[in-house]
Write a protein that binds this ligand. Structure first.
Ligand SMILES: Cc1ncc(COP(=O)(O)O)c(C=O)c1O
Length: 317
């Protein structure tokens, strides 16, 4: 088994069929290999007292559809069908929890950039994945830096599309950060305002108010970000979405990443400047507790965010 394959499962959904992991292949001439033409999602399924349950499934599938529209990529499966396919993929792999990766890929065997008429194939992969930024990241926080690589300027790569090609930019930032012994890099937008991490949105806390960059700062419209905003407001905190100067990173009381893979990961330093006390702060912990509690079924799902797999798969039969 190849290095890094510890998360693999046994079945992959491919355009309506669950096929063996080993058979989920594409040709080297596929358009995506040469031109990065794919859009994808990352969705978590949590182990809850009523069995595996998928977090904000409809919202993720809707964003996949949005990404397809932006790239004029025909998606043959509707939102309901894809959502059901995600649930079927969890059930077929018999896992309690996992990370789901739906991906729509331009395949075909056609040379040249022009993508229209190149076939699109859709896959859904279930991957067993712990916290993305490290085992103790959620409790102790992570050390990060400001990246020398910026998010793409408006009118270059559409940041609201979760497209494979965008992640070349993320890779540059991530590798730079890791080589410099940080866990993650924070990228600024093309104007020098705070954007986001290579695969996470960012929240700052100062004087009890939460701040996060707006959608025009080259960020992905994160579903965890939206969950954080709703939880924070319901807990009575003010949340401001606005352009944020870089130096806010050095004077915040608390800071954390939000993302499906990273969940709610506290940040304890930026460019070796300590954030607050250097420990996860009380507002971060309160929101993290609510978020994880709802996702894992420990706290009542007052938002209708979780879809239990067994009930949905049973109802389809
Ligand atoms: C660049 C980027 N920003 C933000 C996020 C967080 O988005 P979400 O909370 O929807 O997973 C992700 C992860 O998908 C990402 O890749």
């Amino acid at each position: 088994m190849a290095a890094g394959s510890a998360g693999r499962t046994s079945k992959i959904w491919r355009d309506g069929e669950l096929i063996p992991w080993e058979d989920a292949n594409i040709h080297v001439m596929s358009h995506v290999v040469h031109y990065g033409s794919c859009v994808f999602e990352g969705i978590r399924c949590y182990d809850t007292p009523s069995g595996p349950a998928v977090f904000r499934l409809q919202d993720h599938v809707r964003r996949l559809h949005d990404s397809c529209r932006i790239y004029r990529m025909p998606m043959q499966h509707g939102v309901e069908a894809l959502a059901q396919a995600c649930l079927d993929t969890v059930a077929a792999n018999d896992v309690r929890s996992c990370y789901l990766r739906p991906v729509a890929i331009r395949t075909g065997e056609q040379m040249g950039v022009y993508p229209i008429d190149v076939p699109v194939e859709t896959f859904i992969i279930a991957w067993k994945w712990g916290n993305y930024l490290g085992d103790d990241a959620m409790t102790n926080g992570v050390d990060v830096c400001v990246s020398s690589w910026r998010r793409s300027a408006p009118d270059t790569f559409p940041a609201l599309a979760k497209a494979g090609g965008n992640y070349l930019n993320s890779q540059l930032s991530k590798v730079e950060a890791r080589l410099d012994r940080y866990v993650e890099g924070i990228m600024l937008d093309s104007f020098g305002f705070i954007a986001e991490g290579s695969g996470e949105n960012l929240f700052l806390v100062r004087d009890g108010v939460l701040y996060t960059s707006g959608l025009s700062s080259g960020i992905l419209n994160g579903i965890t970000r939206d969950s954080v905003i709703r939880i924070a407001e319901d807990l009575g905190y003010e949340v401001r979405e606005q352009t944020l100067p870089r130096e806010m990173l050095y004077i915040s009381d608390e800071m954390f990443f939000s993302g499906t893979a990273a969940e709610l990961t506290p940040i304890r330093s930026v460019d070796r400047i300590q954030v607050g006390t250097g420990k996860p702060g009380p507002i971060t912990l309160a929101i993290q507790d609510q978020f994880m509690g709802i996702a894992t079924g420990r706290i009542e799902d007052r938002y209708g965010w979780i879809t239990p797999v067994a009930a949905a798969v049973e109802a389809e039969r």
